[in-house]
Design a protein around this ligand. Structure first.
Ligand SMILES: Cc1cc2nc3c(=O)[nH]c(=O)nc-3n(C[C@H](O)[C@H](O)[C@H](O)COP(=O)(O)OP(=O)(O)OC[C@H]3O[C@@H](n4cnc5c(N)ncnc54)[C@H](O)[C@@H]3O)c2cc1C
Length: 554
């Protein structure tokens, strides 16, 4: 069967894209571009998307991985943004309960801290109200004892109690992939490792893009009535290419996260805490690890490869020791890290943490629509606003009509379980099914929670693999996830699988070390890698692994 989002048909897609007559071409396969492609196509606009790296390889795999309203922005009185984004949390969860889960957050309150008990109680109540939080998920104020019971590792000196409120935890890269898979299922033609290199104009209007297949260097032409620049930290590069880089510009700030093993940093409870320099940092337990972040510093280096510096690492180790003093963490405890760039809109005289996270749409004289800024959490709403604009512009040029936006209640790929409330029962059934196939309970649970309703396709590969005699020395769950990744998630290189489809380079480096050779062999056989490619992709993966623990600079 030919799958619509398969690495095996990448080239066919690209060829087909040169002859199609698109309404919309989206440049950028992060969460912003993914959301727009899905919305546009489901309204009836014929849509294509190109991504120059792997999907989500930009900022959308490098966030704090929270679907959150941005509590701290209330301090900056960004009430409208908090209300808009806050309400989206429940929507993102409802449409994809396999990638987004509710996560209670503890806000410890200290004698001389920035938050008083009364203001926090009020602030969290406002936050809940703005976001329309369900009654049983509204904030609770905790006593000192209750706070320590939730998280015994907290610094005790000056602790008065805590605020306890709900946010959502996600896997940013998988959220992006699931949105894109849904988009492809509804008719979007999407290709990764395809870079927009040059624009094509007719009568001063942008009508197409010269696209380079980064895998083999071939050049293609894709034509579309409207072109959307959703390239996150790169948006100004494309505006420059379009000769329209005037007015508002980007300011990139870098944020890094550190990952510790759960035995060394046994955090029970997600905590959002004040730092001595007046910032706020998250510490979040996840899959037997604890991650801490983020930093916020201006950035002017290579956009595709932001790295953790020695200062970044030291800063987060220091603030972790400040809030959890018993741990006495050192940089040698860091198991992994990642660094991302916030595509913020430049504002005069503001510190990095003070710059607004609002999104911004910029239309150029050539007709290119640029969308920048914003949050992962608000991706669907941002997409709706951009697609409304596309609808107006296409209709005024005599195209359409198009259907209204339907993404509010549209499950993303893997999320179609009949509502988030039914997900736990689905997980239970699928674990049982996985165990019957011979998987361990843990493996079946991991696959179900990662792939949602698509787990049945992954299980089909488990069956094939076991019947075929289990070659390659890989366990059935790893093999099945990989084949599913190649055939239905456009996994082109080993780093796609190990970073963005499984998150293992971030959260399970031992697992990567253990299976990388087998995985690369399977990929070489299925995707026809040359010896040179095997060597290059192995090196690329090793660079990612070492870069995650070795800081740069002084
Ligand atoms: C440290 C950090 C923490 C964050 N934490 C959170 C959080 O917890 N919750 C939240 O809601 N938000 C968070 N955010 C914000 C969120 O991650 C971003 O708003 C979001 O991921 C931006 O997505 P994007 O699609 O606009 O950009 P990107 O994900 O960067 O996607 C743009 C894509 O365009 C591609 N591209 C660029 N040029 C070209 C070209 N010429 N041709 C083809 N493709 C091209 C790039 O390769 C890239 O993949 C955080 C951000 C950072 C940096």
């Amino acid at each position: 069967m030919q799958h619509v989002f398969s690495a095996l048909s990448r080239k066919d897609h690209l060829k087909r894209m040169t002859v199609e007559d698109y309404d919309v071409l989206v440049i950028g396969g992060g969460i912003t571009g993914a959301g727009i492609a899905l919305d546009a196509q489901t309204r009836g606009m014929k849509t294509a998307l190109i991504e120059m790296q792997d999907y989500a390889a930009g900022t959308s795999s490098r966030s704090t991985k929270l679907v959150h309203g941005g509590l701290r922005y209330l301090k900056q009185f960004e009430v409208r943004m908090v209300a808009k984004v806050g309400k989206e949390r429940a929507v993102v969860y409802e449409n994809g309960p396999h990638v987004t889960v509710p996560e209670w957050m503890l806000l410890p309150l200290y004698k001389d801290g920035t938050f008083g008990v009364a203001t926090t109680s009020l602030g969290l109540r406002v936050y809940d109200r703005l976001a329309g939080v369900k009654r049983d998920e509204r904030r609770k104020m905790l006593s000192l004892e209750e706070t320590l019971e939730k998280e015994p590792l907290l610094k005790r000196h000056g602790l008065k109690g805590g605020g306890y409120y709900v946010e959502y935890r996600t896997d940013d890269a998988r959220l992006t992939i699931e949105v894109l898979k849904k988009a492809a299922e509804t008719g979007v033609n999407a290709v990764n490792y395809a870079k927009a290199e040059k624009f094509i104009y007719e009568g001063g209007k942008l009508v197409g893009v010269k696209v380079r297949d980064v895998m083999d260097g071939e050049l293609y032409t894709i034509k579309a009535r409207k072109i959307v620049n959703a390239t996150g930290p790169w948006v100004d590069n494309l505006r420059k290419l379009d000769q329209s880089l005037q007015g508002k510009k980007l300011r990139l700030t870098k944020g890094i996260h550190l990952v510790f093993d759960g035995n060394r940093f046994p955090l029970r409870q997600s905590v959002y805490f004040d730092t001595p320099d007046g910032r706020m940092v998250f510490a979040i337990p996840r899959d037997g690890k604890t991650y801490v972040g983020t930093t916020d510093t201006d950035y002017t280096g290579d956009i595709a490869n932001p790295r953790m510096t020695i200062q970044d690492e030291k800063y987060l180790v220091d603030v972790s020791n400040y809030m959890f003093p018993e741990l006495k963490l050192t940089v040698s405890d860091v198991e992994s890290s990642w660094a991302g760039l916030r595509p913020l809109i430049y504002e005069e005289n503001k510190a990095p943490s003070e710059v607004s996270r609002k999104d911004e749409i910029i239309c150029s004289a050539s007709g290119m629509i640029t969308i920048a800024g914003g949050k992962l959490t608000g991706y669907r709403k941002m997409a709706e606003t951009v697609t409304d604009l596309l609808d107006r512009e296409l209709r005024s040029a005599g195209h359409g009509p198009f259907a209204p936006c339907s993404t509010l209640t549209l499950p993303i790929s893997g999320g179609d379980v009949g509502g988030a409330a039914k997900f736990p029962e689905f997980v239970r059934l699928m674990i049982e099914r996985g165990e019957r196939l011979g998987l361990t309970r843990k493996a079946a649970e991991t696959l179900t929670c990662r792939y949602g309703t698509n787990v049945t396709s992954v299980y089909d590969h488990v069956i094939e693999y076991i019947r075929g005699g289990e070659q390659y020395g890989l366990p059935a769950d790893v093999y099945a996830a990989l084949i599913y990744g190649i055939e239905e998630e456009m996994v082109v290189k080993p780093i796609d699988f190990f970073i963005r489809r499984t998150g293992a380079v971030l959260f399970n480096t031992n697992w990567v070390e253990q299976w990388k050779q087998g995985v690369i062999s399977v990929m070489a056989d299925n995707l026809g890698y040359s010896d040179k490619q095997v060597e290059e992709y192995t090196r690329e993966l090793n660079v990612e692994l070492s870069g995650a623990v070795e800081p740069v600079g002084v």
